[in-house]
Design a protein around this ligand. Structure first.
Ligand code: GLN
Length: 195
């Protein structure tokens, strides 16, 4: 099983390091060929407007969309913005792979970035997780089919549907790798169900 990390902009190396500590084989994805070799994909944080432009420039926009209709994608921060069905206050093309509404930069500017405890519920277990929020978006609405996996001050900050997972914070920066572990299990389960 190979997990790709979109490596055209943003914080991809930290995701790769975390996956490798979990003995997961990884591939930095820069084109369609790379994507075809992957069972799952991480879209890292960065700048969503730049990521949209570069995905199109590298001919990856449509392929990532199609990948996400069948295979597992985890988007963090800007990655979550790209996956969301709807954005408020912004016009930005979306991969439309998860039924959430998102507001970009909703906590303020770069200097309003913060670290605080997120309440997770993974595999029916409640956990605390150090959430690193870097000019983070807010999830302002969640569709009926979407499950909330993490909350910060009661509001959803990590969600999933059948194939897609997304968080507004950066789990790759924190030493605890339980979220990446959960993602790997989701990729494995999904590839198994498809074969
Ligand atoms: N503020 C960025 C955006 O709107 C996201 C920041 C991040 O990924 N850390 O795209």
């Amino acid at each position: 099983m190979t997990t790709g990390i979109l490596a055209i902009q943003g914080d991809f190396e930290k995701h790769q390091q975390t996956l490798e500590t979990l003995n997961c084989s990884t591939l930095l994805v820069k084109d369609k060929n790379h994507l075809q070799q992957c069972d799952g994909l991480i879209i890292p944080g960065g700048e969503s407007t730049t990521l949209v432009n570069l995905l199109k420039k590298h001919g990856l926009w449509q392929s990532v969309h199609e990948f996400g209709l069948q295979k597992t994608i985890f988007g963090t921060c800007a990655g979550l913005i790209l996956l969301a069905n709807r954005l408020v206050h912004n016009r930005l093309d979306s991969l439309s792979l998860i039924d959430i509404t998102v507001e970009r930069n909703a906590y303020g500017r770069q200097i309003d970035s913060f670290i605080d405890t997120v309440d997770l519920q993974l595999n029916h277990k409640k956990l605390n997780f150090e959430g690193v929020f870097i000019r983070a978006p807010k999830i302002v609405d969640v569709g009926k089919e979407v499950k909330v996996l993490g909350r910060y001050q009661q509001s959803p900050v990590m969600v999933e549907n059948e194939h897609i997972m997304a968080s507004t914070f950066h789990p790759e920066i924190t030493a605890d790798s339980c979220i990446h572990q959960y993602f790997i299990e989701k990729v494995r389960k999904n590839s198994h169900d498809r074969s």
